[in-house]
Design a protein around this ligand. Structure first.
Ligand code: 3H9
Length: 674
């Protein structure tokens, strides 16, 4: 097998090139090739310096994640980076793309670093639930100081070349040809001695800085193993010799990589990428070109949806029925952009650039030129059918017609047109300009290239797209339903809203079912007849306890929107308990988990059984990116696997639920969803 590493002599410089697509991950063959190249340079008297560079889209983007949990072939990355640094001949890292994780660790072990202005640098290991395990926790504080190291290693976000240069991570940034300039740099430093060896540099630690960092980020790191371990490693090893420091780092790495959180986060990393793949598309299917987008409805959803395209540089024609609604909608979009600019995340020119791509109109006829039209009006089948019927006469041939419905039947909507092959669902989550999830709903007649186009567009607007089949609520909302039903039943049987929510928050969800209802609006889906009171929810809605927007819902809210338990809600619940004659019992935390979380897993199994999701990991992606399921638990199906499917089945049976066949079968066979 040919090695992904090749070497070539450029006079007295040995150029070492990696070609391991797609991201030059530092797998075994790459490590072995680099190891040999360092030996080759050492053995050749004609070589005075070494340049390490990568071909393809990026410098090494990290260790090969697929190797984790398996026996690591020699040399390991920690051994390799130390060997690079120990080279008697200067090693120059020439960086383009993203130097991430192990890739940055290789760069930090080199004696000099040169990069193109577009290069990015980061230690994203924390996002995989691990820590930089090839000297990163030791070399980065030595190069850039403890504060920068803490920030980069615990948050995992990459920094641009300019910032990296200011922080001391880079010696040079070049606008010219990277390899040519790296070779010239190598010649300049060929005789420089002593060589700058990062591991020998001192680190100074100000305990107050670490303390302040811990305090500022306490909420963000709550419940997470990796960032807390990283802080501890950096804190306790600063000032100690490198050899001692890397030992502590290794210990931390091993502990984390064997842990449940890392397994879950690695699962999500691959699940997110797998979600974009559609298993049964005919080979050679090509996406359609999307140059212009139309959005119908300038409300919260329509506006948010439009912003995604504008931000990606795609012109949007937005349609409303009334001028004031159109003005209000576009005004909100501008305000949102300006708020982003005020936070320094956009320039004034970018705001104008995005808004300049927006064309408001009152006429559906203006959508004739659009390649993709997304309907985002309120949830009424009749209204949607009417709009799609009209679109059928207006849209150009081949335009994709999408509905943002969160529940309704896409096939029925498609049947209102003569081109059901061009119709699909694009279910955005609110706020649509922020939330990463997009459920792409595949109708019975949706054409393969239309579906593929939707997935490609999703990537362009930086969404994580998951394909769902046509069923009530698709994947996410469908699984939410049994949870909501059981949460309400628990209230009737003796639980309080606070008790149910507490279990969900302790589990790691951003909020519980009742907090969510208060945020979304207790009046959503209400029949709007205050005299018709058939449920606790009806009773709340009738009293205008519509949630946070009214200052009262399942909880009472103060002017800072801080919730407190509501005596009135307790009365309403009590009233319903008596009216319905529901037998009361003491509800335990386990019971809440079993009835509101296990039931979700059960519904997820049904979704799989019916083929409404392609794979269990897609369901996990939906819940992580659409509903705030804690990523370190890997999504509901992965979590169920870790809990043990027989335990889930037993928990469901205990409360008399009908167990999905797929779930029962897997539990009996000792199989898992993922
Ligand atoms: C580490 O370094 C630990 C060390 O400190 C210590 C070790 C002892 N490994 O994202 P994309 C695959 S931990 C294996 O769509 P993009 C990915 O699955 C690592 N595979 O591309 C996908 O495969 P497929 C720290 C990887 O252009 C394909 O490459 N580093 C790895 O949108 C394309 O990926 C990280 O965490 C990997 N490391 O974005 C960086 N990376 O085609 C992780 C990617 O089969 N990677 N693949 O679906 C990224 O953030 C992005 O991939 C990157 C490119 C920004 C580089």
């Amino acid at each position: 097998m040919t090695s992904p590493i090749t070497t070539r002599r450029e006079g007295d410089v040995l150029v070492v090139l990696s070609n391991n697509p797609p991201v030059n991950a530092l797998g075994a063959a790459v490590r072995q090739g680099l190891d040999k190249a360092i030996d080759e340079a050492a053995a050749d008297d004609g070589i005075k310096a070494v340049v390490i560079a990568c071909e393809g889209q990026t410098f090494f983007a990290g260790a090969d994640i697929t190797e984790f949990g398996k026996m690591m072939a020699e040399p390991s990355l920690p051994v390799l980076v130390d060997k690079i640094e120990a080279s008697e001949k200067p090693v120059i890292a020439a960086i383009h793309g993203t130097a991430l994780g192990g890739g940055l660790e290789v760069a930090l072990a080199a004696h000099y670093r040169i990069a193109v202005p577009s290069a990015k640098f980061g230690l994203p290991e924390v996002k995989l639930g691990i820590l930089p395990g090839a000297g990163g926790t030791q070399r980065l504080p030595r190069v850039a100081g403890v504060e920068v190291a803490l920030e980069m290693a615990t948050k995992g976000d990459p920094i641009p070349a300019t910032k990296a240069k200011d922080a001391g991570l880079l010696d040079r940034v070049t606008d010219g040809d990277l390899l040519t300039d790296a070779i010239a740099f190598a010649r300049e430093v060929a005789d420089a001695r002593p060589l700058p060896r990062t591991s020998e540099a001192p680190v100074t630690l100000d305990p107050a800085v670490v303390e302040a960092f811990r305090k500022t980020n306490a909420r963000r790191f709550r419940g997470l193993d990796a960032p807390n371990e990283i802080i501890e490693v950096i804190e306790t090893t600063a000032g100690k010799p490198y050899a001692e420091g890397v030992q502590r780092e290794r210990m931390g790495f091993m502990k984390l990589v064997m842990g449940k959180q890392s397994a879950a986060l690695r699962h999500i990393f691959f699940a997110e990428r797998k979600a974009s793949k559609i298993d049964d598309l005919p080979e050679g299917t090509q996406p359609r070109e999307i140059k212009r987008v139309g959005v119908i409805g300038a409300g919260t959803m329509g506006g948010g949806i439009s912003m995604n395209f504008l931000s990606a540089g795609i012109p949007v024609m937005i349609v409303e029925m009334q001028q004031d609604a159109l003005d209000r909608g576009t005004g909100v979009m501008r305000k949102n952009y300006e708020a982003t600019a005020a936070k320094g995340r956009m320039t004034a020119e970018q705001v104008e650039g995005a808004m300049g791509l927006l064309k408001p109109t009152l006429s559906l006829d203006d959508l004739a030129d659009c390649d993709l039209i997304i309907e985002a009006v309120y949830e009424s089948m009749d209204v949607k059918k009417d709009i799609f019927g009209k679109l059928d006469t207006i849209a150009k041939p081949g335009a994709i017609l999408a509905s943002n419905t969160s529940y309704l039947n896409i096939d029925e909507i498609a049947a209102a047109t003569n081109r059901p092959q061009d119709v699909l669902g694009l279910h955005f989550f609110s706020p649509a300009n922020v939330m990463k999830l997009l459920e792409v709903v595949r109708g019975a007649k949706t054409a393969p290239d239309a579906l593929m186009t939707a997935m490609a567009v999703a990537k362009k607007i930086k969404k994580v797209a998951v394909v769902a089949g046509v069923c009530h609520g698709f994947i996410g909302n469908r699984m939410l339903m049994p949870r909501q039903v059981e949460a309400m039943n628990l209230l009737l049987e003796g639980a309080t809203p606070e008790q149910v929510d507490r279990v969900h928050v302790a589990f790691g969800m951003p909020m519980g079912p009742f907090q969510m209802a208060d945020l979304a609006g207790v009046d959503i889906g209400w029949h709007r007849d205050p005299t018709r009171i058939e449920s606790i929810r009806d009773a709340l809605a009738a009293e205008e306890r519509w949630g946070q927007k009214k200052g009262k819902g399942f909880y009472d809210y103060d002017e800072k929107r801080q919730p407190s338990n509501s005596p009135r809600v307790a009365e309403i619940i009590e009233d319903f308990r008596q009216k319905t004659g529901t037998p009361q019992h003491e509800v335990t935390e386990d019971e809440i988990t079993e009835r509101t979380l296990y039931t979700m897993v059960n519904e997820g199994a049904r979704i799989l059984e019916e083929g409404m999701a392609q794979r269990a990991s897609d369901i996990d992606v939906v819940w992580i990116y659409g509903y705030g399921f804690p990523p370190y638990k890997g999504g509901p199906m992965f979590w169920a696997d870790q809990e043990g499917l027989p335990k889930i089945v037993a928990g469901l049976e205990k409360h008399g639920f009908e167990v999905a066949k797929l779930l029962r079968d897997k539990a009996e066979k000792g199989e898992k969803f993922n």
